[in-house]
Design a protein around this ligand. Structure first.
Ligand code: FMN
Length: 184
């Protein structure tokens, strides 16, 4: 059972210092890599994989998910739905990591980064203080048999070669950091 710990501390002038916590879902490591870069650049206080999350300790919670089959991870969505009210007084920022960064329509279905981010925003049900769509990475040799077959079939349907991709960008991380610092 998750709990929320109130951790706001005061600086030497009596000002409140915001604690920053990062929670992410990553299956093959690219969202984890991005989450850790955010942690280092922001000097965040804590970071955890959603499956290891024990408590909400941040005043600013940065929640990110890699995208599989057009949606963010279910545990991440459940955290944002916040049935227990643990995020009530928290600032929340969101990010997704995917390959289809731009919105597009395939067979009359809208897909892409803005759609994935919107699913997280709908679960949160309020404006996040910052949000970002990150380009991810897909390395076929790392995939489980099932994921490999799914992706192979997907690319075949699109008549595209299945070679893997890496569209990660350090600049995107820096842009998000600037947005987060403005929201602190
Ligand atoms: C089985 C499978 C399904 C995927 N589905 C999507 C998708 O629906 N939309 C998308 O943009 N990217 C999709 N991707 C790409 C991943 O979002 C991308 O590789 C991401 O960087 C993976 O993050 P991770 O390394 O943290 O797991 C898929 C990848 C796999 C292997």
């Amino acid at each position: 059972m998750l709990c929320s710990v109130n951790t706001a501390v005061k600086g030497y002038k009596g000002e409140l210092i915001m604690k920053i916590q990062i929670v992410y879902y990553s299956r093959y490591g690219s969202a984890k890599e991005i989450a850790y870069k955010i942690k280092d650049k922001l000097k965040a206080d804590s970071i955890s994989d959603i499956t290891d999350l024990k408590s909400i300790t941040g005043d600013l919670l940065i929640v990110g998910s890699s995208i599989y089959a057009e949606r963010p991870d279910k545990k991440i969505t459940n955290l944002l739905l916040d049935k227990e009210g643990l995020l009530k007084d928290k600032k929340v920022a969101l990010f997704v990591v995917c390959l289809a960064k731009e919105a597009k329509v395939i067979r009359e279905i809208e897909i892409g980064g803005p759609v994935y981010l919107r699913k997280m925003e709908e679960a949160l049900n309020r404006e996040p203080v910052a949000k970002k769509i990150f380009g991810g990475k897909l390395i076929p040799s790392l995939l489980s048999d099932d994921d490999y077959k799914r992706q192979e079939a997907f690319y075949k349907r699109l008549n595209m070669p299945f070679n893997g991709a890496d569209i990660t960008s350090e600049d995107e991380i820096d842009e998000f950091i600037r947005e987060l610092k403005a929201a602190e």
